[in-house]
Design a protein around this ligand. Structure first.
Ligand SMILES: Nc1ncnc2c1ncn2[C@@H]1O[C@H](COP(=O)(O)OP(=O)(O)O)[C@@H](O)[C@H]1O
Ligand SMILES: [Mg+2]
Length: 208
């Protein structure tokens, strides 16, 4: 029997995931809940090394299947080393991205077959499912504008074409439509304060 919870925040780059995750962290800490804040790709020492490979802008030659398997390798370690033990201890795990990102980017945007994605994802997550995946939905053009105003360089995924980013957005919306019990879409073109109110509302419902 599961004791803790897992909440995922996902969506395009610049949609506000990092900003919103900080608000979730502050909110749950104020409630005295034990938290594990984490991210994908990454979340473990091995996963963070895989993240460097995945996001390095120096390797545009990476094949789609290589990319898929590296994301899955990082996720397999993340689930076993960090997520499942935290949930068994009754903690709340809050992750910046998870398996929904693979479905959006590697299937809807990159075009790899959905059954392949599901097969590889299911090996990585081994039957585990987050309680909820909050999708921050935003036009990728606005997202990229926000990212560039953050003043950092673009990583390998952020350097993809606009068409790719639009397809990924569509992929998030499709996943949410197909599984409304596990996904919530929040319009992140709204003022940040409103986005945070909407997100906290979902978080409180999940942990209640
Ligand atoms: N609702 C919002 N309206 C306007 N700007 C926002 C909003 N949410 C986030 N931002 C800003 O957009 C930028 C990208 O946000 P960030 O949280 O880093 O996105 P992500 O982690 O999804 O890439 C940051 O500068 C952040 O302050
Ligand atoms: Mg971020």
């Amino acid at each position: 029997m599961r004791k803790g919870h897992m909440i995922v925040c996902d969506g395009g780059n610049g949609a506000g995931k990092t900003t919103v995750l900080k608000a979730i962290e502050v909110h749950l800490q104020a409630k005295g809940r034990e938290l594990v804040m984490t991210r994908e790709p990454g979340g473990t020492p091995i996963g963070e090394k895989v993240r460097e490979i995945l996001l390095s802008p120096d390797t545009p030659e990476m094949c789609g299947v290589t990319e898929l398997m590296l994301f899955a390798a990082a996720r397999a370690q993340h689930v076993r080393e960090r997520i499942l033990p935290a949930i068994a201890a009754g903690k709340i795990v809050v992750s910046d991205r998870f398996d929904s990102a693979t479905v959006s980017f590697q299937h809807y945007a990159r075009g790899l077959p959905l059954d392949l994605i599901h097969k590889i994802n299911s090996i990585a997550i081994d039957g585990f499912k987050p309680d909820i995946t909050i999708i921050l939905d935003l036009d990728p053009i606005v997202g990229l504008q926000r990212v560039s105003s953050r003043g950092e360089g673009l990583d390998r995924m952020e350097q993809e074409s606009m068409d790719f980013l639009h397809k990924a957005r569509h992929g998030y919306l499709e996943q949410a439509k197909n599984d409304p019990a596990h996904f919530v879409v929040i319009d992140s073109s709204q003022p940040l304060e409103k986005v945070i109110i909407d997100v906290i509302h979902v978080v409180d419902r999940i942990i209640a």
